[in-house]
Design a protein around this ligand. Sequence first.
Ligand code: IMO
Ligand code: MG
Length: 418
Amino acid sequence: MNTVVVGTQWGDEGKARVVDFLAQEADAVVRFQGGSNAGHTVVVNGEKFIFHLVPCGILHLGTKCIIGNGLVVDPGELLMEMKTLQSKKITLKNLYLSSGAHVVMPYHRKIEEREENRRGRRKIGTTKRGIGPAYVDKTARRGIKIGDLLNKEILAEKLKMNLAFWKNSYELDFSEEDILKQYLEYGRKLRKYITDTSLLIHRLIEEGKNILFEGAQGTLLDIDHGTYPFVTSSSTIAAGACIGTGIGPRYIDEVLGVTKAYTTRVGKGPFPTEIKGEIGKILKERGKEYGATTGRPRRCGWLDAVILRYAVRVNGLDELILTKLDVLDTLDKIKICTAYKYKGKTVKNFPFQLNGWEECQPVYEEMEGWKENTSRLSAYKDLPYRAQLYLRKIEAIGGIPIRYLSLNPERTNIIKIS
Ligand code: IMO
Ligand code: MG
């Protein structure tokens, strides 16, 4: 069984806890896009693990963890993450890194910083991990791949060309020689993990293994289908799993969408259901909505069903996994946005072609809150009736069932629903 797990919002939906849970049944967990902009948090017996590049499956002994070709990898960050895991006695013997993944260079971060400053008030609010410029180099066909780190001549030649290109546009104070030395060292350290991961995944599929494809970011941050230009630079939707690993779409058996019971966003860009007042603060504090990568406070708002239906469509979602429902426990009223009002018209479909996001007003349906603590519940039948109604409403509006519900961050607190 090959399952893709993606976020249906702007990232931070709780994908990691879901992937960690599903990984119990998986033989391999594969990342297929993004890079260390992702911050995937798993809590095990009170201990917090934050993953940026390594798939969350690494916490399960024997599960293969594969970093696919679709990522942009900062080798320094990867090695640091690996070291932290080793210090916590997590074995890395099942870690595999695609030779085709692109490399984030030190100047990519610098370029990103300059680009953001240049944008002024139109800045994107990126994670400053060099993700955008690394994908720019990939698309412009001058990128450096992980496999290149294993060959001094090739790396020297590619680095020379790449750095010269950027130095033409930016004043950059980077020594080619120092970078070459450092990145060859990275190559030496990573060598034993580097392989043809497409072939590896194919073999696993042929053996009938269970593979989980772990999405990073979320549907609305997708380079093609998100709220462009306030997006990340990769294909975050389910189709990205094929491109970013080198397997055909026929091998994907199911696609699961992870949806938070409310909405958050870090960085700039449209967010029609954002709450600026007291309730926004409650969600931020109760939900601990601070970025796992940058520590920035996340903007908070109500669940947006326009976006949910859109995510169902562009990902081809089979079922949903709803997270952090317990964050809503204290609220008197809970709202779901079912449509937007735009220039006097009701818009029910995601306004993909729209430039006037600021003028979109959410149309809400209001429900009574349940006002009971749900964070320790372990069965659907124990959920307060009004919380059950909220779930049923989401299913009805989204048009697909909710399979699991995740309450507090502990890995054991996932309830099967459908
Ligand atoms: P996970 O996987 C939430 C956002 C940034 C910014 C935009 C572009 O933890 O859900 P980038 O650095 O990618 O060029 O930034 O995308 N962003 C995320 N927001 N969760 C993430 O990852 C994100 N990764 C990038 O805040 O708005
Ligand atoms: Mg995150």
